[in-house]
Design a protein around this ligand. Structure first.
Ligand code: SF4
Length: 284
């Protein structure tokens, strides 16, 4: 067996920063993370063993405690609510996401904001909170007409388009083209805010999958960027497996001459990736 591990597999810089900081403060008592720190159950469990608690709503946090805002970012209203409750905010929003918040806040004064991304994804919901009323989330082509109808009711003539940082680069380009066509009377400014780490990972997984007999994509089941790696791999390789830990590899039947490609999402710890690689190396 020949094994190729992607150089970009595992934590991106934003997640690494957030998880390290959360580790540092998780044992200090009364530390709550609003939503899972990353979409990876191993990482969440490790931090919870250390004392951090995960909650879904600010209302669950006792007044005066510490709240962690994760790398995905939060809408502006959540900052205000947390302040009203007297919570100490540890803001671990990725600097790349903060830049997008800033951009839409500036642009919304004279532009209608279109955010390309997954409607239910926390990062897009956070950005949407900064974009305000005159905005719309575009997940598929079908959303463009509804966005246009909303735009028509405003007196704006400019469109500012941003992306979820972990969205598929190819899908963004396709949707951006459609937006240009459908909003042809408006002044459309496209800002492809997909982060470099996402672009590099998607490019690398494409190359690896084209040469592999079997692809293993490691990441949490709820991780949107991991799902995209799976989708891209499936277009380029016949056998693709989504796995969360090394235990999932034990059930896969490999052929002796298989070329195996490995890639992991931005929320997958490096040690999980190494465990999978070592397990396969022992089989060769
Ligand atoms: S994918 Fe990019 S923007 Fe998102 S947390 Fe990682 S480094 Fe930050």
């Amino acid at each position: 067996m020949e094994i190729t591990l992607g150089k970009n597999a595992g934590f991106c810089a934003g997640v690494e920063l957030a998880v390290n900081k959360a580790k540092e403060i998780s044992s200090q008592g009364d530390v709550f993370c609003l939503g899972e720190i990353v979409h990876n159950s191993q990482v969440v469990q490790d931090l919870e063993k250390n004392g951090m608690k995960t909650v879904n709503q600010l209302e669950e946090i006792p007044d005066g405690s510490t709240v962690i805002f994760r790398a995905h970012g939060e809408p502006m209203a959540t900052y205000q609510k947390a302040q009203e409750k007297g919570l100490k905010i540890v803001d671990l929003t990725c600097p790349n996401v903060k830049i997008i918040h800033q951009k839409v806040e500036n642009a919304k004064k004279e532009s209608f904001i279109l955010m390309i991304g997954i409607k239910s994804h926390p990062e897009i919901l956070g950005t949407s909170g900064f974009a305000g009323e005159n905005s719309y989330i575009i997940e598929t082509e079908d959303d463009i007409l509804d966005a246009y109808k909303k735009f028509e009711k405003t007196n704006l003539n400019k469109i500012f388009v941003v992306s979820q940082t972990t969205f598929s680069s190819q899908k963004f380009d396709d949707l951006a083209d459609e937006i240009q066509t459908n909003f042809c009377e408006a002044d459309v400014m496209i800002d492809k805010t997909i982060c470099n780490s996402t672009e590099n990972r998607q490019l690398e997984v494409t190359k690896i999958a084209r040469n592999a007999d079997v692809m293993l994509i490691i990441g949490g089941k709820n991780s949107s960027n991991t799902k995209k790696l799976f989708e891209i791999s499936s277009k380029n390789c016949e056998k693709v497996y989504a796995i969360e830990t090394v235990e999932d590899v034990a059930n896969i039947a490999f052929e002796p001459n298989d070329k195996i490609g490995i890639m992991a999402g931005a929320s997958t710890p490096k040690y999980v990736v190494e465990e999978v690689k070592s397990f396969l190396e022992r089989k060769t």
